[in-house]
Design a protein around this ligand. Structure first.
Ligand SMILES: Cc1cc2nc3c(=O)[nH]c(=O)nc-3n(C[C@H](O)[C@H](O)[C@H](O)COP(=O)(O)OP(=O)(O)OC[C@H]3O[C@@H](n4cnc5c(N)ncnc54)[C@H](O)[C@@H]3O)c2cc1C
Length: 481
């Protein structure tokens, strides 16, 4: 039998954060790599996600700070009324997107990755079909293939998107206008971040949440304090257990609200705009997965912890998937970490992803972050493995730096095993929570115990002492036997 001649060692389909990391890492290890992208280089994170949303949050956060007359007065500062230009804030986000997209493309080119513009699909084992933008179609052969096609916003049935008055985060990041009154459907991290931006820029917000509490995916203790600051103290009306069953774009936008459980009609709202932030769906349906016998789970591609694609529960040779399309902790740094893991396995270094140590953050003002197990998951584990779960709370109120900043409403909750002291999870709400969580994420990655962590010296006065206090409190609760 003649030997197969491969066009590439590796073809990556999708140049989002997951695909980018995989392609770069593989090229740096000497593989001949091609990456196929049907849209803009950088995918969701760079063009419609992390990057523009954080730029908007940075600018609007400053507006919020300067407009907070009472907070400034408490420092003895009296500033002139704050003015801002919406277009310039939008430009800041757009310019940042363009810079990061161009840097990312150059990085791949410098690493020697071949960038192919077009739509990729599978054409059987180790074969990738490419429909180029000019319509030319070809099939390429690769030793290994990584699927990194990401996700799109989920729009529930009954909701019509026109992109102008009813839109998803894809359009919201452009900040094309500032509605006087905007309804945000969904109170996950995307809904909360945009509520932060819009309220800082003077919009009135109604949050519509179908589940029976607002911020349903966050730790309950944290939610109490976060909700007080991020929702109740702002120009936000939050409604839980309510379904936006129909939304019709226009001027005004009409929203039909019904009871989420009984489905009874409640009322009709008329608002200026609606942002639909109800989660994301995987982009996998046009990949021709049946050509490699892969069955998805609601569109998500099943993978093992080495990032091998699974067929009937068994790993398939030479086929890998990373990022949002796998449905695991749908975040940019997860996608990138999965990309690295896939490539390490391709080059023969057996490596598994450790989801427990991957942190998540919501960049509201102040921020919310978490890593590891939720309290419910930790309780479950304690029953399974028969140990007592330790829970301690460390408050920003007792932290000198937070007090100096006049931002002392914050809480860290630490979950740990009382027998070994191993840290299982942490949840933080408060100033710079997104930075603070990294220390705990690193400890979880090393499966460290508060026995050693509580001895580590933290800089004074810094917010990191909130974490130090939690470790020290936990130490006192360890089983003495
Ligand atoms: C508003 C918002 C804010 C966010 N903020 C954060 C944050 O602060 N931090 C964080 O970690 N995460 C954040 N995320 C999530 C993050 O953007 C995603 O987790 C991340 O982009 C996933 O990367 P990916 O590589 O899996 O997919 P994507 O970034 O979606 O990239 C997939 C790429 O594949 C391409 N593609 C799809 N199908 C094909 C095909 N058949 N052929 C060729 N190309 C194809 C797409 O065009 C796309 O460019 C945010 C998301 C949103 C929407």
């Amino acid at each position: 039998m003649s030997e197969v001649i491969f066009d590439f060692d590796l073809i990556v389909i999708g140049a989002g954060y997951g695909g980018f990391d995989a392609a770069k890492h593989a090229a740096e290890h000497g593989l001949k790599v091609a990456i196929i992208e049907s849209g803009e280089m950088g995918g969701t994170c760079v063009n419609r996600g992390c990057v523009p949303s954080k730029a908007l949050l940075a600018a609007s956060g400053r507006v919020r700070e300067l407009a907070d007359v009472q907070h400034l007065a408490d420092f003895g500062i009296h500033a002139a009324p704050v003015r801002f230009e919406r277009q310039k804030i939008a430009d800041h986000a757009n310019n940042l997107v363009a810079t990061i997209r161009s840097n990312l493309t150059k990085t791949l080119e410098r690493a020697g990755v071949t960038i192919l513009k077009g739509i990729g699909r599978l054409e059987g084992d180790q074969r990738v079909g490419l429909r180029e933008l000019n319509g030319v179609d070809q099939v390429l052969k690769a030793k290994d293939v990584i699927i990194a096609t990401g996700s799109d916003p989920f729009v529930p049935p009954g909701i019509e998107i026109d992109g102008r008055t009813v839109f998803t985060s894809d359009q919201a990041v452009n900040l094309e206008w500032l509605p006087r009154w905007i309804a945000i459907v969904g109170s996950g991290y995307i809904g909360l971040e945009f509520a932060d931006v819009y309220t800082a820029l003077g919009c009135e917000v109604t949050i519509i949440e179908a589940l029976d509490r607002v911020m349903p995916t966050f730790d309950q203790d944290l939610t109490k304090i976060a909700k007080r600051n991020l929702i109740d103290k702002r120009d936000i009306d939050a409604r839980a257990g309510v379904l936006a069953s129909k939304i019709k774009p226009g001027c005004p936008v009409r929203i039909e609200l019904s009871d989420a459980k009984k489905r009874d009609f409640i009322e009709e709202l008329e608002v200026d705009a609606v942002l639909v932030a109800t989660g994301r769906v995987p982009r996998s349906k046009d990949l021709n997965l049946s050509s490699v016998c892969v069955e998805t789970n609601r569109g998500f591609i099943p993978v093992d912890d080495n990032m091998r694609v699974l067929v009937n529960g068994k790993p398939k040779s030479n086929l890998w998937a990373v990022g949002d399309v796998t449905g695991k902790l749908m975040l940019a740094h997860t996608a990138a970490a999965q990309g690295t893991v896939a490539v390490e396995n391709i080059i023969g270094n057996i490596l598994k992803i450790d989801y427990r140590s991957i942190p998540a953050a919501t960049f509201t003002h102040p921020e919310i972050s978490s890593v590891g197990l939720t309290e419910e998951e930790a309780q479950e584990l304690s029953k399974e493995e028969i140990f007592e779960l330790g829970i301690v709370r460390s408050y920003f109120k007792a932290n000198s730096k937070a007090l100096a900043e006049l931002e002392s409403d914050g809480l860290m909750k630490l979950l740990f095993r009382k027998d070994t002291g191993e840290v299982l999870g942490a949840h933080i709400y408060g100033l710079h929570a997104a930075d603070l969580i990294q220390e705990v994420a690193n400890a979880i990655a090393r499966r460290q115990s508060v026995l050693e962590l509580s001895k580590e010296v933290h800089t004074h006065p810094t917010l990191s002492e909130v974490v130090e206090v939690a470790y020290k409190q936990a130490l006192k609760q360890l089983d003495k036997s």
